[in-house]
Design a binder for this molecule. Structure first.
Ligand code: PEP
Ligand code: MN
Length: 337
């Protein structure tokens, strides 16, 4: 149930609507927009007549939310969500680029990566320390020592850090090093992890599952939002289809669809979306043209010797060229990079 308050609604009027929703067994999530306060009630919607709320003082409108996800719905926050990192915001006018290797491998590798990506204009460094690999015999990441190296490289280059959390036992250690906690595609429906991230206040980057529909992605987002963590960003990273030329099929259309259905920012990962270095740049350009709020791109100082995902990692000079192109595309769609 959505209750939209009048522009001039008083705190008392808002509180009295909240009390009424709570008395009816709703849990209430409040979103303060530029003009209107919106109250999102999650509870026994079918048992309540919206007219009972429409007639209350200070209420502009009230309607049920038809979609199975509620707090992720655009109705809850029509103006869109901006996730604030202090010096960087995701979901605002600027397209924010996160870049770096698939995995943190060594101090020299991550320092060289940080230097290359910051020089080209990235605001975050990426790099996995806990790696979800299809084979148990593949490189599994450096663990906490990798996170330390990542943080050190980021701090030396004024970058923020995004890195993957694989299960709930890793959240507290990750919070010591990471600004944005990435939930990988394989974990999009790890509901225990999602619930625990709902209790954290650290921003979360939720990647679309390999075979997940957009509705399933938004329902996974709902787990985190319903726990009270509204610092959430979605990521389109390609889905599995019958096409085998590319590693996945980059679903660019998911970007405007998510923008229409949800208030959450969405970024695109053209690296996992294609799995091929030669296709990363065109898909990155397309994602920004389609309205993505950011990109996460794999860049390695020596991709041919990378311990994971070398074939889809850009050379530093390719990344610098991509950033030059993105500045032009962003301008064409009234954004900045
Ligand atoms: C990654 O970012 O390196 C990664 C494993 O991504 P995904 O979960 O999208 O496969
Ligand atoms: Mn990777």
């Amino acid at each position: 149930m959505i209750v939209v308050m009048e522009a001039g609604a008083t705190e008392e009027q808002i509180q009295s609507v909240i009390d009424r929703l709570v008395a009816l067994d709703f849990s209430v999530h409040r979103s303060t927009g530029v003009v209107h306060t919106v109250l999102g009630g999650v509870g026994p919607e079918a048992a309540v007549d919206p007219v009972d709320f429409k007639v209350l003082d200070g209420v502009k409108d009230c309607f049920p939310i038809m979609s199975p996800y509620k707090l992720a719905s655009r109705h809850f926050k029509p103006g869109g969500t901006v996730v604030d990192f202090g010096k960087v915001q995701i979901g605002g006018n600027a397209v924010v680029v996160m870049a770096g290797p698939c995995s943190v491998e060594s101090e020299a590798q991550i320092q060289a990566s940080a230097e290359a990506v910051v020089r080209a204009g990235a605001r975050f460094i990426r790099g996995g320390a806990f790696k979800p690999r299809s084979s148990p015999y593949s490189f599994q990441g450096l663990g906490e020592p990798g996170l330390k190296l990542l943080r050190k490289a980021a701090d030396a280059h004024q970058l923020l850090v995004v890195s993957e959390v694989m299960d709930q036992t890793q959240i507290s250690v990750m919070e010591d090093y990471v600004d944005l906690l990435q939930v990988g595609a394989r974990n999009m429906q790890n509901f225990n992890l999602l619930r625990e991230l709902g209790r954290s206040r650290r921003p979360v980057l939720l990647k679309r599952g390999i075979s997940a529909t957009i509705e399933e992605l938004l329902l996974s987002a709902e787990y985190i939002l319903s726990g009270g963590n509204y610092n959430l960003i979605l990521c389109e990273r390609g889905i599995r289809t019958f096409e085998s030329y590319t590693r996945n099929t980059m679903d660019i259309s998911a970007i405007p669809v998510v923008k229409k259905l949800s208030h959450l920012p969405i970024v695109a990962d053209p690296s996992h979306g294609t799995g091929r270095r030669d296709q990363v740049i065109p898909m990155a350009r397309a994602a920004v043209a389609a309205g993505a709020d950011g990109l996460i791109v794999e860049v390695h100082p020596d991709p041919d010797r990378a311990r994971s995902d070398g074939a889809q990692s850009l050379y530093p000079e390719q990344f610098a060229e991509l950033m030059r192109q993105l500045a032009l595309i962003a301008q064409a769609v009234a954004r900045t990079v």
